[in-house]
Design a protein around this ligand. Structure first.
Ligand code: SF4
Length: 481
C-alpha cells in the first residue's frame, strides 16, 4: 500500500463495565480463555493468571447454553477473588446465546455475518447499494434488534469481529480481501447505528500479517469517509506459537501501533493467555517507543507502510540493532524497526545485533522468521494455528508441536492447525493443507478447502501431507529441505 498518510485517528470512547476503551485511553490488553467454559475452576484460574500478567479484559467462549449459564458463576468467583476486570463473551451464530451473555458480562463479541439467514454469505454486506445487500442489511437489522435492545438495557458493549474466513465468498472474485473486510465492517456499523447503538468496537482480522495491517488502515479511511470513529480491536488470527507466531503477530500489529492505531489488542497465540498478554505488553511498549521517535508522531501525520509493498530484491540486507534483553521484547522491537525501515525492497537477509540477549540463537531465528513471514524469503514450512478456545476438544499446543516436528522443510507450503469445525474451515481457507481437531484425539484433513479424510489419527494426516507435498515438490524439481 503506497502513499498512505493518515491524520492521527482518534476514536470515540466506549464504556466496558467500569473502564473505557478508545479516545485517548491506553491500548487495552486482552486475551481469551482456552478452557472448556463448563469447567468453571479452570476458566477462573486462566482468567486470574492472565489478569496477574496484565490483562485488562478476558474473553470467554460461549458455544452453548450451559456455557452462558456458567458466566455468572465465573464472574462471581473472580470478583470474590478480587478481580473486577471486565469480561467479554465470544458468541457465534446464536443471537439467543448472545442475549443471555449480554445480561451478565460487560462486552460480547459477535460476527454479525453469521447471524444472517443467508447461509452461504454470498451477498455483500458492505456499504450497501444493491437490492440484495439492502435485503441482507434489513434482515440483519431484524436479527440484531432484540440483542441490541438487551445490550442497551444492560450497558453491554459489542465488538463486531470480522474475519477473513467469514466474509462473503462471492466478493472474493472481484474485490481484494482488504476491501471486503473493510466494506463488511462499515456495513455492520451502519446497521448498528441505524438501531441507535454506538457502544461498538470493530475488528478486521486475517492470518496474513500484511493483509491484516492493510485492512485496518483501509477501515480507518472508510470510517472517516462515513463519519464514524469506532475503537479498533487489532490482532492477527491464527498466528501460531513460538517465535514464528510472535513474528507473524508483530508484523501485522506493529505497522498499526507505530501509526497510533489500535485501541485494544489481542495476540492470538497457541499458548497460554498469560503468554499472549506478556507479548502484547512488549508490542505496546515497542510501539510507543517507535512512535515517539518518528517525526510523524509530532505532526499527527504518518506515512504507513506494510512489508508486503516492498518489491523483491535479494541483493541488499537489513541490519537491526536492539537493546532488548528478552525474546518477546526483541521480536516486538525488531519487527517494529523492520516495518519502519526506509526501504522499498524486500531484503535478501536480516542481521540482528542484540548484545543484551543471552541466547544469540533467538536473534538469528527471529531474523529468519522475519524473512519468512514478511514474504522476503521462505526457507521453511509456514505453520498457522488457532489459539484454541472452549470449542476445541484437543490439546492444541501438543498437536502443533507434533505437526511442526514432523513437517518442516517445505518452503512455500502453508499448513493450518485448527481447533474446531465451527471456524476452522473458513479461517484456514488459504492454507495448502489443514488439520482440524475432531475430538477423541482424531483430526479431519483438508487439502485447500477440500475435505480429504475424516476422523483420522494425526500421524495419518501427517503422513498423507508428507506424501502429497513431497510429490508436488518432486514434480517441481524441489526436494524438501
Ligand atoms: S478455530 Fe475453533 S477452537 Fe480454534 S479458536 Fe477458533 S473457534 Fe476456537
Amino acid at each position: 500500500m503506497k502513499n498512505n498518510s493518515y491524520i492521527r485517528y482518534v476514536s470515540r470512547q466506549v464504556t466496558i463495565g467500569g473502564v473505557f476503551i478508545g479516545a485517548n485511553h491506553p491500548v487495552m490488553l486482552q486475551s481469551m480463555t482456552k478452557t472448556d467454559t463448563h469447567n468453571i475452576a479452570a476458566t477462573v484460574d486462566q482468567c486470574i493468571k492472565a489478569f496477574d500478567a496484565g490483562a485488562d479484559l478476558m474473553r470467554i467462549s460461549v458455544p452453548d447454553k450451559r456455557s452462558a449459564e456458567c458466566l455468572a458463576t465465573i464472574k462471581n468467583k473472580l470478583a470474590a477473588a478480587g478481580y473486577h476486570q471486565p469480561l467479554a463473551a465470544d458468541i457465534h451464530y446464536s443471537p439467543a446465546l448472545a442475549m443471555e451473555a449480554a445480561r451478565i458480562v460487560e462486552k460480547i463479541r459477535i460476527n454479525p455475518g453469521n447471524f444472517s439467514t443467508t447461509p452461504d454469505r454470498s451477498s455483500s454486506v458492505g456499504i450497501m447499494k444493491t437490492e440484495d445487500s439492502t435485503a441482507f442489511q434489513e434482515n440483519l437489522r431484524h436479527k440484531l434488534k432484540q440483542l441490541i435492545d438487551t445490550c442497551k438495557v444492560h450497558g453491554t458493549a459489542i465488538r463486531i469481529g470480522v474475519n477473513a474466513g467469514s466474509v462473503p465468498r462471492a466478493d472474493h472474485h472481484h474485490k481484494h480481501i482488504t476491501e471486503i473486510l473493510a466494506d463488511a465492517g462499515t456495513g455492520y456499523l451502519q446497521v448498528f447505528e441505524s438501531l441507535g447503538f454506538y457502544q461498538t468496537v470493530v475488528s478486521l482480522k486475517t492470518s496474513n500479517p500484511a493483509t491484516t495491517a492493510e485492512a485496518n488502515l483501509l477501515m480507518i479511511k472508510r470510517m472517516q469517509k462515513e463519519r464514524m470513529c469506532y475503537p479498533l480491536h487489532i490482532g492477527v488470527t491464527e498466528s501460531g506459537n513460538g517465535i514464528s507466531g510472535r513474528v507473524r503477530s508483530a508484523l501485522g500489529i506493529m505497522p498499526l501501533l507505530i501509526g497510533n492505531i489500535g485501541n485494544t489488542l489481542r495476540v492470538s497465540l497457541t499458548e497460554s493467555p498469560e503468554n499472549e498478554i506478556l507479548f502484547a505488553k512488549s508490542l505496546v511498549s515497542a510501539g510507543k517507543r517507535l512512535l515517539a521517535s518518528l517525526p510523524g508522531a509530532l505532526t499527527g501525520r504518518f506515512e504507513q507502510k506494510s512489508p508486503k509493498e516492498y518489491p523483491p530484491d535479494n541483493q541488499h540486507g537489513v541490519d537491526i540493532y536492539s537493546d532488548a534483553a528478552n525474546t518477546d521484547d526483541l521480536i516486538a522491537d525488531v519487527a517494529g524497526q523492520f516495518v519502519c525501515a526506509d526501504s522499498r525492497q524486500k531484503p535478501g537477509h536480516i542481521t540482528i545485533s542484540a548484545p543484551r540477549l543471552s541466547n544469540r540463537s533467538m536473534a538469528d531465528e527471529t531474523a529468519r522468521q522475519l524473512m519468512q513471514h514478511s514474504g522476503s524469503k521462505s526457507t521453511d514450512t509456514e505453520f498457522v494455528s488457532c489459539p484454541a478456545c472452549a470449542r476445541t476438544q484437543m490439546n492444541m499446543e501438543k498437536l502443533c508441536a507434533v505437526v511442526k516436528k514432523e513437517l518442516p522443510g517445505y518452503p512455500n507450503l502453508k499448513i493450518a492447525i485448527m481447533g474446531c469445525m465451527v471456524n476452522g474451515p473458513g479461517e484456514m481457507a488459504d492454507a495448502d493443507f489443514g488439520l482440524i481437531a475432531a475430538g477423541k484425539g482424531l483430526v479431519h484433513l483438508f487439502k485447500g478447502q477440500t475435505l480429504l479424510k475424516k476422523n483420522i489419527p494425526p500421524a495419518e494426516a501427517i503422513a498423507t501431507i508428507q506424501t502429497m507435498a513431497g510429490e508436488t515438490m518432486a514434480r517441481q524439481g524441489r526436494p524438501p529441505q
